[in-house]
Ligand binder design. Structure first.
Ligand SMILES: *Cc1c(COP(=O)(O)O)cnc(C)c1O
Length: 377
């Protein structure tokens, strides 16, 4: 389709840095190109002359960053002649897989955990025609089963263990550098299965013309594009945040019964363990954890002070950053990007629950409504 200068999605825009060949039929929902929102109120409140930006990945077509990886993974899967895709998911991967499979005219099988999935995500997978398999177990159980099914037939796994997923996701780092004219000083990001922090590090490294030291990774084989010229001269410090009840990177190993209100990162056995550690170590960064109360407070703060409504899991990046600024771990004058991984509308239940008491119940009488308003001006 000829469209002049119309943006056509990230595989089209960053084609020369992705494993996209001319004979591939791109499966796209015109994902990517998400806004980098300056958080001016929170930056001012944080002091220390910091500039905080939110990369709002909730504004991708299915409402999370998963679309970046899914366009690449499904494009590759269709190119290989697959008949279906399968994934384990805490919700957003299944919503994204279902959408791109629908687009490509193939089937999607999604394994979701028992009960602990935000309603919006389930709705997406269902209406987009995925076969939704709810297992009596958590994400890690689903992931194990999906891996054991790898040789079941012409069916592609589209979890982030699929290297094409991370290739697509690295473009978020490209976009940030393109917007800022350089890489940020710090990049703060939620960590669940740890694919996204790994993909960002690859993206930043590639744009800086530096090959990451970890050679054990799937990137450094045929999907790599490190022969491309550098665009920026710096790389950020990578900071990964986990929910306290689901923090294997803080515990030093898998967590058996992960628990958190931030269901998108309720993962006890991250698949990109080595890559994520490499990102943090090579960049001079760190992992830290936040309690559920702090996560919800950050979600509310972003919504109230900046008008940005993201998922609980996403807000952890901003909550963690603000705490680290206060603790003096962030150098004054720094430019920082926080990934807001998913949209708040994915999980309206949690938002309403934590906003209880904010709805005034008043009889339908103008004088009473007027008084309620004047009392609050
Ligand atoms: C998938 C997801 C995460 C976690 O990303 P990983 O790559 O698994 O670390 C965080 N937040 C949201 C909203 C997600 O959908």
């Amino acid at each position: 389709m000829s469209t002049g200068n119309h943006y056509l999605g990230l595989l089209d825009r960053y084609r020369d840095r992705l494993p996209v060949s001319p004979d591939m039929k791109i499966v796209s929902l015109v994902e990517g190109d998400t806004p980098l929102i300056p958080l001016e109120n929170l930056s001012r409140a944080a002091g220390h002359d910091v500039q905080i930006f939110a990369k709002f990945e909730g504004l991708n077509p299915t409402g999370s960053f998963k679309d970046r990886g899914m366009t690449m993974a499904v494009t590759q899967a269709v190119h290989e002649g697959t008949k279906a895709v399968i994934c384990a998911s805490t919700g957003n991967t299944s919503a994204s897989a279902a959408a791109y499979a629908a687009r490509a005219g193939i089937r999607a099988f999604v394994l979701i955990p028992d009960g602990k999935i935000a309603l919006g995500k389930l709705a997406q997978a269902m209406i987009q025609g995925a076969v939704v398999i709810q297992i009596q177990g958590n994400f890690d159980d689903g992931m194990r089963i999906v891996k054991e099914m790898a040789d079941a037939g012409p069916i592609s796994i589209v979890n982030s263990i699929n290297p094409y997923r991370l290739q697509g996701q690295k473009t978020a780092a490209f976009e940030i550098c393109d917007a800022l004219g350089r890489a940020p000083d710090y990049h703060c990001i939620p960590v669940g299965n740890a694919g996204n922090i790994s993909a960002h590090w690859v993206g930043y490294s590639e744009y800086a013309g530096v090959k990451p030291r970890t050679q054990s990774c799937a990137f450094c084989t045929d999907t790599c594009r490190f022969e491309r010229p550098a665009v920026v001269s710096n790389r950020p410090v990578m900071v990964g945040y986990q929910a306290a009840g689901s923090a294997p990177f803080l515990r030093g190993g898998p967590v058996d019964e992960p628990e958190t209100v931030a269901t998108a990162i309720r993962i006890g056995n991250p698949q990109s363990w080595d890559l994520a550690w490499a990102a943090v170590r090579e960049s001079g960064g760190w992992f830290d954890e936040l309690t559920d109360a702090d996560i919800l407070a950050a979600q509310k703060l972003l919504a109230e002070r900046e008008g940005v409504f993201c998922e609980p899991a996403s807000a952890i990046s901003v909550g963690g950053l603000l705490r680290d600024i206060k603790a003096g771990k962030i150098k004054p004058g720094s430019t920082i990007t926080c990934t807001l991984t998913g949209h708040g509308l994915k999980d309206p239940d949690t938002a309403i629950k934590q906003s209880q008491g904010q709805v005034l119940q008043i009889p339908a009488q103008t004088d009473l409504v007027k008084r309620a308003i004047l009392d609050r001006l």
